[in-house]
Structures are given as C-alpha cells and as structure tokens.
Design a protein around this ligand. Structure first.
Ligand code: ADP
Length: 466
C-alpha cells in the first residue's frame, strides 16, 4: 500500500507542485547568490583599488617633499608591514626601468607593462590590472600611477584576503542554500499535500461510492474556500443523485406493485374461467375484464411516459395560442355527466378569453385531470368551482372543491409519482394524475399550488405564463 503510494508519487499533483516549488526556489536562490557574489566582489575590488590609489598619492607627495630616498624607505616599510609576499612597490622611470623597489623575491614573475607606462605618459592618471601569476596561489591587483615628473610607481597587492573571504562566503552560501532547498522542498511537499488533501478525500469518497458505499460523504473541514466548495458541491451532487436513486427505486417498487395487482387479477379471472366456466357468456366476461385491466395498464404506462417526456424536455409541445376559457368550458361540459352521477354541481367562472401560448391537448389534459380528481374526491351533493383569473403576465386557473381535503403530511407529496393518500386507496387511480398536471404546467413555464382543509375541500391553482 505504502510502496504503491510512493511509486505513484511522481505522477501526483503534490509531487509535481513540490518539484515546481523546489525549482523556483533554487532559481531564486541562484539569482540571489549571483547578485550577492557580484556586489561583494565589486565592493572588495573597490576597497582594494582605493587603498592602492591612496598609496600612490602618499608616495607622490613624499617624492615631492622628501625625494626618492625617503620614498624608497617608504615602499620598503609599506611592503614589509603588509608582508613582502603580499605586496610590492617599485618606482620606475618613464621608459619602464626600475629605480627603487621593495623586496621582490616573491614577485619575480611580475613584468612591467610597457603599454601601461605608455598610457600614463599619454596623460592617464592611473592604470589597473588583475594578474594571475603562475607560482602564486592568488591573483594580484596591480596599479600603475604617476608620482612625479618622469617617475611612475607600480604597486601590486595580493588578492588573497578577498579571495579567501569570497570562498568562505560561497561555501557558506551553498551550504545554507542546500539546506534551505531541502527544507523548502519538504515544506512544499507538506503544503501541497495539505492543500490537495481535500481533493484526495473527494476522490476517496467517489471511490468508496463506486464500490457501493452510497451513503458516504466528504467530511467537512475548513480546508480553504475552493476545497470546501468542491466538497459541498460534491456532497450536494451526491445527495441529489441519492434522492434520484431513491425516487427511482420507489417508482420501480410502485410500478411493480401497480402492475402486479391488475396482472394477478387478469390471471385469476382467466384461471377461474378456464377451470370452472363453460359458457360463452363467462368467456366473454373474462375477455371484457381482461381488456379493461389491460386498458388501465396501458393508460398507466402511457401516463408515465408522458410525464417522463415532459420532465426530460423531450415532450415536443405543439405550441400555439390557446384560449384557456375555451379549454375549461369544454372540460366542464365533458365531465358534466360524471358530476351529475354523483349529484355534484360544477360552477364555471371564466373571463371571455384567457390566452396563453401552449399545447392545447396537454392543457386539456391538465384541466381534465384536476376536474377528474375533484369529482373523484368530492362526496355527492358537493360543489366544484372552476375559475380563471390573471394579469398581463399570467393566467391563473382555480379548481376548487368541497371534497375530502388533503392532510398537511400528504400535501407535500401529492405531486410525487404514484403517491396516493391513504383514504383514497379505495378509489380508482394509480397516483400519476397530479404528477402529470405538474409536468404539463412546468413544461409551459408554470407551477401548480394547492391549499386544502381536510373534510372541507381543496383548491388547486395553476399559474401559466402568457
Ligand atoms: P390518483 O390516481 O390517486 O387520483 P393523483 O396523482 O391524481 O392520483 O392524486 C394523488 C393523491 O392526491 C390522490 O390519491 C388523492 O388522495 C389526492 N388528491 C388529489 N386531488 C384531490 C382532491 N381534489 N381532493 C382530495 N384529494 C385529492
């Protein structure tokens, strides 16, 4: 497990991020090192050059005041006080001939450059050069300068101190940077892993769910807004999928239940007729029964398909201008005989015209379903009122009855597929009528609302945008 994690590491985002951190950190350190190196080297060089120039000006004033003998003493003393293997001075004539010098034992390889003395005679005040002399372990900074009429000086100073200082600086810098890069890499690895831990958890949860743990959710910890948003969105998505799966499971359970009852009935009647019935009349009655049950099944399947199509937006509405007043009046006329059978009075209150853009057949079905329910769930002698109202933006359809009413618990569920309130189990129906009403209303950009008082009646309100 641990080994596979390590083998997987080079392909992980955390590893790549760490490499990037380390790379950028190394580049920055290298840049800082080069800059410091340059600044310190040029600072040291400047200091050395200033000291050499000061020496030239001192010798120049001594020559003017006290003569060459005193200058000779000066240069011997100066070289000795700095160390004869670290510094030399010599006075030269304009054509490069050595007049006096300090101890030159360590400096036998240092030549007098004709080009430098030429430049001085041509008016330059001083000439600097840096030499690497084969026998000497360190470079030498040389200054040629004019100290008097016809007299030049060549001063050489070993850059040993500066070079040792720079070496120590480089060693320490490299050591420190190596430690910092390793430390930075570790911190980067830790930070990247921490930042991506949330993603890892989301992936782990998805993996667990794919293995069957559908109840799993990403635990909420404050890990930064982006990761928290990912976790919350992922959990919301899972909740929705879970609700959908549960809904589908419930629907399939209901379908199984609602298909089984009529099929069992059909089979029972057929079996009974086969075993006991002998007359043509009994066979006829069995056939009629079978046709009736099959019609119910077909209607149920057809309604389910219609709902699914509308909900998926695949219902292809045949949109045209529809006068809802006409639709309502036609439906009431159609249901009048059914209502009369139960001594129910249907009252219609519709304005002359209530136009909407919609699918006539589906809107007719919507009104018919609501009227059918109102008649079905209203006791005899009751009243059903169907009215239309609205404004410039929408048409409102009210179907009001004085029937059984719906309890508060049921109200929240009556638009679910196959949901039927308990008392209505005695009445025919499969619990798809209101789902279809809602699907039709929503496919037209509308909504359905219901208010109900158990024992007193219900009012269904459909709003349809014009
Ligand atoms: P059903 O086929 O059972 O009528 P519906 O989807 O049309 O299915 O209605 C769902 C449930 O809502 C019904 O079982 C019934 O209990 C309740 N219901 C619908 N309309 C009314 C109404 N007008 N009055 C009382 N209850 C109603």
């Amino acid at each position: 497990m641990y080994l596979s994690k390590i083998l997987r590491s080079p392909r992980t985002l955390a590893f790549r991020l760490t490499l990037w951190y380390a790379f950028i950190f190394t580049l920055t350190s290298l840049g800082a090192f080069l800059l410091f190196n340059f600044l310190i080297t040029s600072g040291l060089r400047e200091r050395t050059d200033q000291a050499l120039l000061a020496e030239v000006s001192e010798l120049s004033s001594h020559l003017a005041l006290k003569g060459l003998d005193v200058v000779e003493l000066d240069i011997v003393q100066d070289a000795e006080s700095s160390g004869v293997d670290r510094m030399f001075l010599r006075v030269l004539s304009l054509d490069g001939e050595e007049l006096v010098s300090s101890n030159m034992t360590s400096w036998t390889n240092v030549a007098i450059k004709k080009a430098a003395s030429d430049r001085l005679t041509n008016g330059e005040s001083h000439v600097f050069e840096t030499l690497a002399i084969p026998q000497l372990p360190h470079k030498v900074r040389i200054l040629y300068g004019v100290i008097g009429p016809g007299k030049l000086v060549q001063i050489g100073r070993s850059l040993e101190d500066d070079e040792l200082f720079m070496e120590a600086f480089r060693d320490r810098f490299v050591l420190m940077m190596t430690a910092l890069i390793i430390f930075g890499g570790l911190i980067g690895w830790f930070m990247a892993r921490r930042a991506l831990q949330g993603v890892e958890e989301v992936a782990q949860t998805a993996e667990d769910i794919s293995k069957g743990a559908i109840e799993r959710r990403v635990p909420f910890k404050a890990r930064g807004a982006e990761i928290d948003r990912l976790a919350t969105t992922f959990n919301d998505m899972l909740d929705r999928i879970h609700a959908l799966i549960c809904g589908m499971r419930e629907i399939s359970d209901n379908i199984a239940h609602d298909l089984r009852s009529p099929l069992t009935r059909i089979r029972g009647v057929a079996e009974m007729t086969l075993t006991s019935g002998k007359s043509v009349g009994e066979y006829e009655s069995m056939a009629a029964n079978t046709i009736e049950e099959c019609d119910r099944l077909l209607e149920m399947i057809e309604t389910m398909l219609a709902i699914s199509e509308l909900e998926a937006g695949a219902g292809n509405l045949a949109v045209e201008e529809v006068d809802m007043a006409e639709v309502v009046e036609d439906a009431c006329e159609l249901f009048q005989p059914l209502a009369e059978d139960k001594s129910i009075t249907i009252v219609t209150e519709v304005a002359t015209s209530s136009l909407v853009n919609g699918d006539t057949q589906r809107l007719q079905r919507l009104v018919a379903n609501l009227l059918d329910n109102a008649i079905k769930y209203t006791e005899s002698e009751g009243t059903i009122k169907v009215s239309l109202d609205g404004d410039a933006s929408q048409v409102l359809l009210f179907v009001e009855d004085t029937g059984d009413g719906i309890s508060g618990d049921d109200l929240a569920n009556i638009f679910e597929r196959f949901y039927r309130c308990d008392p209505s189990r005695s009445k025919t129906g499969v619990g798809l009528g209101l789902s279809l009403v809602m699907a039709i209303a929503r496919s037209h950009g509308g909504e359905v609302a219901v208010t109900s008082y158990p024992g007193k009646g219900s009012t269904f309100t459909v709003s349809l945008p014009r």
